[in-house]
Design a protein around this ligand. Structure first.
Ligand code: GDP
Ligand code: MG
Length: 398
């Protein structure tokens, strides 16, 4: 809440963190605070999103910038033009389109002149649709491929403004409609975004004034309402103060702690390692049932293949692993078969008789032979517990 995240979202996020924390084992190699932070990171990733490129294709592209007055639309139009021209090597053209405020034409045209970005001056047009119809032919004639349209803003959302923006939004087929928002806007962001979303297909956001001390909670409100990615951030008043959005940097800013992604990745490794160690212990003590096999198969999937798992188990270091054990589909099928069993069957596989096998096979849509194969593999795994060092994986079939 200190980072201006809307209170409803804060509640949702903390509930998710709590749920995940309860499901996760306590890690010996992490402090509780670190473990909670790594869980918080994994939840925030969903809310913040990752960076996504502009959807620009061959032919003519239209980028419509919308937002409340004073949030930085005009400045952003010029910054985006500069970025597309000098960094991405497009041929952009700036199109001031705020007919209510002649000064805004002057402002964008001035920015275009200073920074050598072409512009199209339509201020003498009297009709919005007529003005719109001039843009594409002008691009065709002059070889421009991206039009950046700087629309009118108001101090607050009003219906006549929205109707005008909707007209512009609906006029173009291939377009990006980007909402420009001042990151310092705080808690009110949620309602403002809702207001725009009601009329327009918002495809992304640009947040300005990231050079302020605001933590950035409004980004979460934007993502929450639109489901669209934030694409850029403005980081100052100069034309080059403009960056591709970085979700991890925002999360660190929200939480007030650096490199949470690194912490999260280390925690994931520790979880995998501790799980493998537990399985080794179970192996060695001879206590190994189908539940353990399932945990093991799931962690194999999570860790990206069986070779990785065995390389982490101290006693399995030199084992040669046949290729087919890396088959993800086979692993998933085995897990599905175990899932179709009852709790009792998993703990005491010896009770699985012919009719139970048939039921399990039917429940999983596999043949009875496959259920048998799984049980045979399980028996082999179990026998191994006494003789880990002589493991011969060629005895298994998946
Ligand atoms: P518009 O009314 O939405 O078109 O907003 P303007 O582009 O005119 O910007 C309003 C004010 O915000 C201007 O003084 C800009 O210089 C300033 N501004 C825009 N983006 C940024 C930014 O990223 N950082 C800072 N510090 N100021 C910005
Ligand atoms: Mg403006």
């Amino acid at each position: 809440m200190e980072a201006d995240v809307n209170y409803k979202l804060v509640k949702e996020i903390t509930d998710k963190v709590e749920k995940k924390a309860k499901e996760q084992k306590v890690l010996d190699s992490f402090t509780p605070a670190e473990q909670i932070l790594s869980i918080l990171y994994s939840v925030l990733v969903e809310y913040v999103g990752t960076s996504e490129k502009l959807d620009l294709r061959g032919g003519n592209n239209f980028i419509i910038l919308v937002g409340l007055q004073g949030n930085g639309k005009t400045t952003t139009a010029a910054k985006l033009g500069y970025y597309l021209k000098n960094k991405m090597h497009y041929n952009p053209i700036l199109v001031p389109f705020d007919f209510k405020r002649p000064a805004s034409f002057e402002q964008l045209i001035q920015l275009g002149k200073t920074n050598n970005i072409p512009y199209l001056d339509l201020r003498n047009e009297t009709n919005i649709e007529k003005a719109l119809s001039k843009i594409e032919p002008y691009m065709e004639q002059n070889n421009f491929n991206v039009a950046i349209i700087d629309t009118a803003g108001r101090k607050e959302i009003d219906a006549s403004l929205m109707e005008e923006l909707k007209l512009i939004n609906d006029y173009f087929d291939k377009k990006e409609t980007l909402m420009v928002m001042d990151v310092t806007i705080g808690q009110t962001a949620l309602d403002i975004v809702k207001g725009f979303k009601e009329y327009l297909d918002i495809t992304g956001g640009i947040f300005t004034k990231f050079d302020s001390s605001a933590k950035g909670g409004s980004v979460l409100s934007f993502r929450y309402v639109t489901g669209s990615p934030v694409k850029f951030v403005g980081t100052g008043e100069k034309i080059q103060d403009f960056e591709v959005f970085d979700g991890d940097a925002l999360i660190s800013r929200l939480v007030g702690r650096g490199d949470l992604k690194g912490l999260f990745e280390k925690a994931q490794e520790a979880i995998s390692l501790e799980e493998s160690e537990k399985i080794t212990k179970d192996f060695e003590s001879g206590k190994f049932d189908l539940n353990d096999l399932k945990v093991q198969l799931e962690s194999i999937l999570k860790m990206g293949g069986i070779s990785k798992v065995f390389s982490m188990l101290p006693n399995f270091g030199n084992v040669k692993i046949p290729k087919e054990y890396a088959d993800e589909k086979a692993l998933r099928r085995m897990i599905a078969i175990i899932n179709a069993m009852t709790k009792e069957e998993r703990a005491h596989p010896e009770i699985i008789n012919a009719s139970r096998k048939e039921r399990i096979a039917r429940g999983t849509h596999v043949s009875k032979a496959e259920v048998n194969q799984l049980l045979k593999n399980f028996e082999n795994f179990k026998k191994l517990s006494k003789n880990l060092k002589n493991l011969d994986l060629s005895r298994f079939k998946f």
